[in-house]
Design a protein around this ligand. Structure first.
Ligand SMILES: C[S@@+](CC[C@H](N)C(=O)[O-])C[C@H]1O[C@@H](n2cnc3c(N)ncnc32)[C@H](O)[C@@H]1O
Length: 275
């Protein structure tokens, strides 16, 4: 099946959409960023590669930690997102980060890194063993990779809630999710992920489940619908959008905590391996 998360998509409308929603998604995905930085543990002087860095939130956080002698490279296949990351870098006035437009499956590192890290940026490869072998080559011997990936779709309310809300409105079932094709759940089966990393030559592999609570801030609840798969499903099945949007917003309202944020429980994997 064609890879709907390929370079063309990330350089086209998908990438543009991520740029438009990058501030909102950084706020929602903040707990995953915290987990990544805590697990990857960059310290002063380290050289860090952030794979599939998107608009660069985690790269910029790492760059602030590795000063004064460390460096961070954010790598992403999406031109629009790298453009946004460079814009943020200029605003942040950091001099120890760069953003590179390239495919992690083929990119040649200019110098070896201590740490490769990723927040949801390594599940989209056409040839996962080949891509992870290439990433391994970018690290110093013994260097570590830490990636946060999604656990199975039913464990992530960020994905399961929209699906649950739209199901009574659907004219026919949407295509079944294939866990082994490039996409958000491309590494959601830990047995498969381990095999991929072993084939790619990594050692000391550990894959640990973590439960996060992602929060949609009060000011984002009304627009969050646009950041879900719902608009695409509505278009594909020519559905009446109004009631679906209203039902989804109501479902978020039901999940508000004391601060007014909507809480979405989401299971992730912490994938760790040594080069
Ligand atoms: C779900 S987004 C996550 C972005 C970012 N890490 C974050 O947490 O905001 C996935 C990112 O992976 C990037 N990506 C997908 N395939 C890639 C590849 N082969 N090489 C480099 N980046 C890739 C996409 O362009 C996108 O920015």
């Amino acid at each position: 099946m064609a890879n709907v998360h390929d370079a063309a998509a990330w350089n086209g409308e998908t990438g543009e959409r991520w740029v438009r929603m990058s501030d909102m998604m950084d706020s929602v995905l903040a707990p995953a960023g915290d987990l990544l930085l805590q697990q990857a543990g960059p310290t002063s002087g380290k050289y860090v590669l952030d794979i599939g860095c998107g608009a660069g939130a985690t790269s910029l956080r790492a760059a602030r930690i590795v000063v004064p002698d460390g460096m961070v490279t954010g790598l992403d296949v999406s031109g629009p997102l790298i453009g946004e990351a460079r814009r943020r870098l200029a605003n942040a006035k950091l001099t120890n980060a760069t953003f590179e437009h390239g495919d992690a499956a083929h990119w040649s590192a200019p110098a070896p890194y201590d740490i490769a890290m990723s927040r949801f940026g390594v599940m989209f490869f056409d040839d996962p063993p080949g891509a992870f072998a290439n990433i391994r080559k970018a690290l110093k011997p013994g260097g570590e990779m830490v990636a946060i990936t999604w656990n199975r779709p039913e464990l992530a309310e960020l994905f399961s809630l929209p699906k649950q809300v739209i199901s009574p409105f659907l004219k026919y079932p949407p295509p079944a999710q294939n866990l082994y094709e490039p996409g958000p759940f491309g590494l959601s089966d830990e047995v498969y992920t381990r095999k991929v990393l072993e084939q790619a030559g990594w050692s000391d592999i550990s894959i640990t489940a973590q439960d996060l609570v992602l929060k949609v801030a009060p000011e984002h609840i009304r627009d969050f619908y646009n950041n879900t798969p719902l608009p695409a499903l509505v278009d594909a099945q020519e559905l009446d959008e109004g009631p679906i949007r209203a039902a989804f917003t109501a479902a978020l309202e039901d999940r508000r905590d004391d601060s007014g944020s909507a809480c979405l429980k989401s299971g992730v994997w912490v994938v760790r391996a040594r080069a």
